[in-house]
Design a protein around this ligand. Structure first.
Ligand SMILES: [Mg+2]
Length: 204
């Protein structure tokens, strides 16, 4: 029976290895609220940070496959004066603590603190952060994949030729938003974050 276990082990190693080698995507731009953590509107209290199902395992698999992780979050609560940027950063620290994937699993973190009516370089759907990553790493657009729970997370990719995946784990109806934004059928949508990561690893 030990030979069966060995064969199973070999098959798992091979599958993982093939997925990692064949994956064209080199980096993920990840939304925070509704994607990595439960969406609490205008979250400012680290005690309310809660990881969504499959997020820890999905990010572990992505890191093991050699993908770089980038965090990109609109935080209009800062621009509206509801809470300071320091509260956003405290919630990020709590999320990273709960992830337990090392001191800093994200290669870069981009917070857009402006309200929608304020001028902003980075507020999604602005592709400015994505373009900076491409320039910094010398990657093609399709080597980056945006993952988020809102249409505007996916619009970042639609404007640039990058890939994108929706996760229906937020507060809004993502499919309805995608239809309104003309993105229905353009990008896949999954019900769990780890399923989205498995899809990323299957992309060639
Ligand atoms: Mg979100």
């Amino acid at each position: 029976m030990s030979s069966t276990r060995d064969e199973n082990q070999a098959a798992r190693v091979t599958r993982t290895g093939v997925a990692a080698r064949a994956c064209r995507v080199k980096g993920l731009i990840l939304d925070r609220d509704g994607t990595l953590i439960a969406h609490v509107p205008y979250l400012a209290d680290p005690a309310q940070v809660a990881l969504l199902p499959g997020v820890h395992d999905g990010l572990r698999v992505a890191l093991d496959a050699g993908l770089a992780l980038f965090l990109h979050s609109n935080q209009s609560g800062v621009g509206r004066g509801y809470y300071p940027l320091a509260a956003v950063e405290a919630c990020n620290r709590r999320m990273i603590e709960l992830l337990n994937l090392g001191e800093q699993p994200f290669a870069r973190i981009c917070i857009a603190p402006e309200a929608p009516d304020q001028p902003s370089r980075y507020r999604k759907p602005s592709p400015a952060f994505l373009r900076e990553i491409l320039a910094e790493h010398g990657w093609r657009a399709d080597e980056l994949c945006c993952i988020g729970d809102r249409a505007l997370d996916l619009q970042v990719a639609a404007h640039t030729g990058a890939r994108a995946i929706g996760v229906a784990t937020g507060l809004e109806n993502l499919q309805a938003e995608m239809t309104a934004a003309g993105l229905q059928g353009v990008f896949p949508v999954f019900d769990r974050f780890d399923a989205a990561i498995q899809h990323v690893l299957s992309l060639t």
